[in-house]
Design a binder for this molecule. Sequence first.
Ligand code: BDP
Length: 696
Amino acid sequence: MRVLAAALLALSAQGVRAEDGYDLWLRYAPLEGEALERLETLSAIVAAPSDDPTERLAVSELMNGFQALRGRPDEIWLGLLSRPRDPGPDSITNSFGLGCSDQSVGGEGAFLVRTQGDAIWIAASSPIGCLYGAYALLRELSLGADPATIDIASAPAMPLRMLNHWDNPDGHVERGYAGRSIFDWWHLPERLDQRMIDYARANASIGINAVAVNNVNARAYMLEPRYIEKVKRLADAWRPYGIRVFLSARFSAPRDIGGLETADPLDPDVRRWWQDKADEIYAAIPDFGGFLVKANSEGQPGPQDYGRTHADGANMLAEAVGDRGTVIWRAFVYSAEDDTDRAMQAYNEFVPLDGQFADNVIVQVKNGPIDFQPREPFHPMFGAMPNTNLMFEAQITKEYLGFASHLAFLAPMWEEALDADTGHGGTVADVIAPVGMAGVANTGSDRNWTGSDFDQANWYAFGRLAWDPTLPSEQIAREWAAQTFSRDEDFIEATVPMMMESREAVVDYMTPLGLAHLMDTGHHYGPGPWVCDLARPEWNPCYYHRADADGIGFDRTESGSNALSQYAPEVAAQWSDPETIDPAFLLWFHRVGWDHRMPSGRTLWEELVHRYDTGVAQVDGIAATWAELGEYVDAERFRAVSENLAIQQREARWWRDASLAYWQSLNGLALPAGADPVPESLEHYRSLSFPEAPGN
Ligand code: BDP
């Protein structure tokens, strides 16, 4: 072997960690049988000595990964080549190698993993490609792939693959269900928690390359010098993992912390203030990603406070950032003063501004037109702003899908939106491909990171889809379950279908047939379809369901709000007729009578009851499946999942019962024959209150 044995390093045994979920999908549980034998034919990792921190990480990830997968740490060696070389070294046998400056492999993050003779090579044009390649190779091996046949050519589908944290500097996480914030602002910059490294590693392993560290409902003081020091420490720690840091910026910061009288984006002093602020940040963090801004939405300040447009505001910040970074401007805007259908307001506000945003502005659009509901049609802005950079915003944390205790695998939900044909010459995924995807993070201080083991799958799935939105959800579920729990085919065969049906079950027991936003006020925990009297009309569930004695649903056709007209004609045509629309969207777009005949032959009322019961039964089925899987999973995680499923079973019934009690109070209809009676009175369900519900 042509390895200069200048440094042959024996690896030390890695301590076996308890299975508390901390290791996520990066457990690298020892292989067995044939898969292990195949791996054992490989004897070394070969790399050129490198000062590049990312390249060194790639090598150490491979070493640690092989060591763990072989379960025999003492037999893995690292051979250092004397100089960098291209892939294809015939003389190196039985080994793995890295070549991280191969310019024939194009693009940020792209890599090849190829078997040549007895050697496996990772080739990339940059160190980060090598690191991504290392994780991809380990993923394949971890799934039991035969090293001799591994052949991957991969490149990210979109440049920005981002997490947005709704973490406040005091440690509270808005819509967080996994404990406190992972960011220890109090002790930064002096103290860097190991979690910050493990977090970056987890992100890099799925291709995430950008993180906004603070809540979009931002505190201006996070732009003060003391915070820039703290953020710099994170940026320095995350750089080797290919992660760029962004800050959510409060639009009124020039007034709040800058001593100015105004935050008017056309005011020269305001512009200078932001310019100086950007310069100050870039002096500390040369690869700072830029600003994320929630403006003129839900009480946040913005350019409209000064009679200016969203474009005026975004472009002012974009000028301050210049070609060093990006301004991500959120399209999640709606106003209490505007009685237009809330589902239409963002489109009305932004589409006329198409073409007016600077090149380094991205407009970030939620997957659907309202707010991260269990099911929404795709947002009509996708495809409608051809001259604007549009980015997709998903919510990984499950604000509206049962918090962390409900099992709901979200990849099918995102896939549904990404695959939707906009009718403007491409899918949603096509529209965002030149730009990116952001996911509202579900991480917290809980030992398992996400508040429940199965919620790790949503973090994983988000990263995998941002890398490649064409990946089928089922494949993502398989990969995740095998790496996280067990490669045993019987386990996978049971778990993957369970994950795949889980989101639809939530839709059915919470908001079936196109209903939306029926969660209780503020915390959004549990049902509150009876809430009709909040000051802001569009915060009331009644605003969304419009149910009364005659019927239920929101008429968004021509006879109603005509939100349908915001979609391309052929898309609108699919949804315009209550007789032919996919029942999943019926009550989103139509108001129909309780006796409306459904494709199933049932009346709407019967169908609604049927859907609630289906959702409840599915959760029972998932719990029963899981109960049989104890032999494949360590006791601690098995019990944790079982306990969450018991909560979900109880709460699915609660959703069904409370919702039915309320609908019956309006329509006076009896439950169809055979349906379980509702055990409590409507008053009982209405009286429940949960001031301590998390994440508010
Ligand atoms: C809603 C959340 C709220 C967020 C808002 C947003 O309830 O906490 O601030 O979205 O996206 O879903 O800005």
